[in-house]
Design a protein around this ligand. Structure first.
Ligand code: ADP
Length: 404
């Protein structure tokens, strides 16, 4: 196995380090060799990994010394060394949540670029520091291995000024307050596969609904993002697992002035306690809510659908009509019930659901005669990162064929 060239993909969060290893194989194909994560970093760290076919490659509790990106990466590097002994690491691709207004494309990280990305920490304090800590840990552990930062914001750069502006005074906007949009790697992947999966809409006006624990919409015109339901932060737009989505800013003022909450409490309320969890009081997991007969759980599901349909209407207005609606991510790919409810609420746009196709998560889930078609497409942000990494490091002509 000494002739393998691999790309490592890292997605570092506050308490987890997710990774994927892709082998760049013969015949211009990619093969996913391993996918896994270290969860519970800082509390009860646990490592698990699977191979490309889903077979377990390991599952173990780690000792408490795994408490941050550096020590997590230390463990992962050892595991990778044992497993991929002798392979050449072409590079490491990172998911980095914020590229700001400047980084419109994936970028090879240099010390200067790392510094520029650090300046964006105040714009994404819950994600950016962990993403960057992983980059720093890799440069200490694997000096000489090139690293590529792939931004969740990049795909949305180039929106019209009206779609980007946050209508506050100029001195505030100058500090970076504008609408950025996120989930860009997911949308870019979907846009890249639409010509094969759904050729009749790939060049048209499409709304992609990325419905996972975070949820957002992207309006695509001819494969390019023209607007998104996420704005300055990943709090805007749709109702999410623990985030409220669009909120009257007066509510936030009231949390401070009326209820006297601290900044930390307001942050925790907005990022960790609201959305599906806040409404239901039961769970942030859509599966639990769909299975529950409790009224608050049903209200949470109803609001999730209501808000999604309302935002679909808004983006349909931006696009002046749509040709297709695409569902992706955990809820979008797996929940026929939620797709049915959203399509039903959006039927005025000309979507006629094919219940049988929807029930089996078929790629096309609308009737043949439906004026606007609806689809289920699996996203693959890690493959998008691997593609960008290889492309920037000189293997751009290889097509990513094997995806899972
Ligand atoms: P993340 O944003 O964490 O990457 P995912 O895209 O993996 O999230 O989505 C995770 C969410 O998907 C879970 O919280 C769960 O609510 C939802 N989900 C997964 N499978 C189903 C299903 N069969 N039915 C409803 N919801 C599901």
């Amino acid at each position: 196995m000494n002739d393998r060239t691999v790309v490592l993909v890292l997605n570092a969060g506050s308490s987890s380090l997710k990774f994927c290893v892709y082998q760049i194989a013969e015949a211009n194909a990619w093969h996913m060799e391993a996918r896994g994560q270290i969860e519970g970093i800082g509390t009860a760290p646990r490592f698990s990994a699977k191979d490309g076919a889903g077979a377990s490659l390991g599952d173990q509790l780690l000792d408490q010394t795994v408490r941050d990106a550096r020590s997590g990466l230390e463990f992962l590097a050892g595991w990778l060394r044992d497993r991929f002994h002798g392979s050449r690491v072409l590079g490491v691709g990172h998911r980095v949540v914020h590229g700001g207004a400047r980084y419109a494309v994936p970028t090879i990280v240099t010390p200067e670029i790392l510094k520029a990305l650090q300046a964006l920490v105040p714009l994404a304090p819950l994600h950016q520091p962990y993403n960057l800590a992983a980059i720093e840990a890799v440069s200490e552990r694997l000096p000489g291995v090139p690293q590529v930062a792939c931004f969740d914001t990049s795909f949305h750069r180039g929106h019209e000024p009206v779609a980007e502006i946050v209508p506050l005074p100029e001195d505030i906007r100058r500090t970076g307050v504008q609408r950025y949009g996120f989930h860009g790697l997911s949308y870019e992947y979907i846009a890249s596969v639409l010509p094969q999966v759904a050729p009749e809409i790939a060049r048209g006006r499409v709304i992609v609904a990325h419905l996972g624990s975070g949820a957002s919409l992207c309006a695509l015109n001819n494969g390019k993002s023209v607007d998104s339901s996420f704005g300055f932060t990943a709090l805007d737009g749709l109702c999410m697992g623990t985030r409220p989505g669009a909120l009257d800013p007066g509510v936030v003022l009231y949390l401070f002035q009326g209820l006297g909450l601290s900044t930390k409490d307001v942050e925790a309320t907005l990022y960790k306690k609201s959305g599906l969890l806040g409404i239901s009081g039961i769970s942030n997991d859509m599966r639990d809510l769909l299975a529950s007969s409790e009224a608050p759980a049903q209200l949470a599901v109803a609001y999730f659908v209501y808000r999604a349909a309302k935002e679909i209407g808004a983006l349909a207005a931006v696009l002046r009509g749509i040709d297709g609606l695409v569902f992706t991510a955990g809820i979008g790919e797996n929940s026929a019930a939620i797709r049915e409810k959203i399509c039903e609420a959006s039927s005025w746009l000309g979507i006629e659901l094919d219940r049988e196709a929807n029930g089996r998560n078929a790629p096309r889930i609308s009737k043949t005669a439906s004026r606007v078609s609806a689809w289920v497409v699996r996203t693959n942000e890690e493959l998008m990162i691997a593609r960008h990494t290889a492309s920037l490091l000189g293997l751009g002509d290889r097509k990513a064929v094997v995806t899972h």
